[in-house]
Write a protein that binds this ligand. Sequence first.
Ligand code: FES
Ligand code: FES
Length: 909
Amino acid sequence: MRSPAETLTCTVNGRPVELHVEPARRLADVLRDDLGLTGTKIGCNAGDCGACTILLDGCQVCACMVPAAQASGCCVTTVEGLAEDGALAPLQRAFLYHGAAQCGICTPGMLMAAADLLARNPHPTEPEVLDALGGVLCRCTGYRKIVEAVLDVRDGAVPPVSAEGGAVGARMVKVDGLAKLMGTELFGADTLPDEPVLTLRAVRSPHAHARFAIGDLASLFSAHPGLCRLLTAADIPGRNLYGIYPTGKDQPVLAEGLARYRGEAICALLGDAETVAAIRDEELPVVWDVLSSVTFDTARAASPLHTHAPGNVLCTGRVVSGDVERGLADAAAIVEITVETSFVEHAYIEPEAGYARRVGERIEVVACTQTPYMDRDELAGILGIAPEQVRVIPTAVGGGFGGKLDLSMQPLVAVAAWLTGRPVRMVYTRPESMAATTKRHPARIQATAAADADGRLRAVRFHGDFNTGAYASWGPTVANRVPVHATGPYAVPHVACTTAALHTNDPPAGAFRGFGVPQAAIATEALMDMLAEQLSLDPLEFRSGNALREDLTTATGQRLGAGAALPECLDALRPRWRALRREAEELNRNTATPIRRGVGIACMWYGIGNTSLANPSEMEIALTREGRVVLFSGAVDIGQGSNTIMLQIAADALGIPVDRIELVAGDTDRTLDAGKTSASRQTFVSGNAARLAGIALQEEILRRANAGPEARIALEPGVVTMTHDGVISRVELASLPADAEGIVLRARGRFDPPTTMLDKDGQGIPYASYAFAAQIAVVDVDTSLGTVAARRIVAAHDVGRAINPTLVEGQIHGGIAQGLGLALMEEYVPGRTENLHDYLIPTIGDIPPIETILIEQQDPLGPYGAKGVGEPALIATAPAILNAIAHATGKRITRVPATPDRVLAALQS
Ligand code: FES
Ligand code: FES
């Protein structure tokens, strides 16, 4: 029952405001919807994430939990009110300088919490900073850059920031950083078409496996006049199936009489926002016939969920070389392990959101996504139209990590807008986002490793079952990528690594930072420690002696060549390793408390880009008649900084300062297909495309002036000058024919990493480049409670070349935070942890100091030598932490996350 609107007055960002609102409405909604202050973000609407943090009379509050009436007579300050006379406040400048805003969706809340702290306490200690910011979750940054930024403001040490001088290797600030800090960046839920919009809400299955029938809807419509349409599977104009692979379209937009997981959409309500929100699912005439569920335990024996997957085996993967049985039989030391991991939720702070509108015989979809061109092609199939009739315009993305590679709300809004001819909008709720979208695959891994007496690895046998849930999604990618990586980054002569992706009635498991490799690394890196222990060797030295290096061959038969710098990563860690191990052993000898310190190490490798598949990216760069340069980049920046990286690379390739290049990003009508933002590929693959485009435009300009390649290019209004040996030549741009956009010269760059198909034994060249890393984790285990606190992480990463060291460090910090969550706390259980209260992700207080060491040994194929770092950042962290727990306690945790109950059980076993 709605209460009548009341008039209330307050001050918002220093301006008196009179509002006519229902007193119980959420203040966050009033700020966003009535006042257009969309800098206040909604991540959960439940007081859990802090994205909506504002100041109410100077104190931080979650605006989603404050009724509008409570603001009456108060001073409200939002992120839009933080800047001083239009200039960034010191706090905002410090965030920009440190790269403390990645995707930026949490940034307004972080800034407001920090502003509250600094106003009350201008000289906070670090623990006071952690305490004050503890209510705001960030999924991208790993928090440390945020802490550094706040401490800089405390110390009055905020340097001036500028976007100039952004050549490759420079710590240039993000080109899109300003909007994130001012609160003007528009995410999926912040964008609306100009025309009135219909709201869509999906009705979802409360059952993991059930048949259903929807009855007569007449009474629903008469009870709710604001409901204009209910969509079912029968309304899908084209193919009611989508999926990642051309042969794997198995997921319906709306289920057709059979729901295969809890959270699957069965129909969609379309109407005004208040009506569709008010309708309770129980009001719908749906008759359910609940079926027994296929679980990870029962999958192989149960009836198949899909006819194309007998035994519920979606697909398998395999890499075999040498003779693993002989390798195991001959060995001096042999160890084995069984590891089980859980569903892990992406938990990006921005729930899925966007809208669609029909424009004649075309559809436009404006939404958060990691993959605009794949979305375009899938939507075309669903609507039964040509891909060229679909335009996808990505909004800013408030975190993705793989979870926004799959379609979510886009098919529903596209179908609804197509059918009604009216713009249609959808914003997922937090529980909906968590229940309906993909997860990290739970894994069950059995692995064995063997070594010679002198510590040389002989053999690895590995099998992993991966719970791919109800639909294929990225299951085949996981099944194919894991066997390649399952030896770890080590030279092993005898290998048999296999995988299977199994269907169950769980949510679809898809892409999540690492595609199964993080789960595999937990098993492999435990085996490395166990072998070292059996042979009485130091764990770092054992790894160093077996590390893949440029003259060695992988289990797929690929000779690595230059740019394989794991030995250098381990060399960089060695002094810290020895000192930290000594310190821990000393500490444990002398303590009278139940706290035991442990120091663990783990290594990782990661193939950049798709596994043995074409993986091209294409970029365009143009020169306008006025002398502006525009980079048209289809690479979606999901917070990692690819917008900045592409400009830095293109600027150096073209030979001009980076601030002379404008960016058009992502729109499928305006940019070429740069492929998806996944598999750590954008810097390596799209960076190469940007470099080649820059070179091509430079060549074209030089050719017009008959200038040699050594000539320096300079842009002036309407003219390009080239200077060499004191000789100046000019190209008058007004003399060149221009297209409708005023562009006089265009050039393209395309790059597709050279790979080969793998044969039946997985032999071939699956990736053109690999990233390597080694990390040390220091933990304290409370042996009476089973709790584990990370105290320090040291991470050495072979990044080829750091195009922008600040952004690279940010990726490493963020990956480490997610790796820590994987190791210690994150476990998604359908129906039980569908919110950010019950599903725990690391908070600012969970992340210890992180030391990053960048190893820059250039990759011959990388743009200016660079490789990807997005996923490599995460992979070594969980095994390093688990190895540290084993070092501290002598007990190995094989079921992750290592929650206190599991640690205690292991200690008592
Ligand atoms: S949106 Fe308010 S706390 Fe999450
Ligand atoms: S930058 Fe904090 S959630 Fe993305």
